[in-house]
Design a protein around this ligand. Sequence first.
Ligand SMILES: [Zn+2]
Length: 74
Amino acid sequence: MPDWSPWHPRAARLRVHQTSCCGEYELAAEGGQYFVLRQAEGGSYVETARGAYAHAAQTYVDLTAQHRCRRRAS
Ligand SMILES: [Zn+2]
C-alpha cells in the first residue's frame, strides 16, 4: 500500500483528472505534478504517488481496483 501524507496545496490551482466511482480517490495535478488524493477523516486530504503522470495514474488505477466501494457496501 502506498504511503499517505497530508496534502497541503502547493499551487494556486488544483486540477482533478479523474474521480473514482464513489469519490474515494482522485487523480489530481497541481503545478505540473500529478498525485492521488484521498479524503481523510475530518474532511482533510492525504496524497500519495506525487510525481510523473504515469506513476500517479498507475497508483490511482491500482487503488481504485482494490478499494471497497462505499456505494456497493451499503
Ligand atoms: Zn467506489
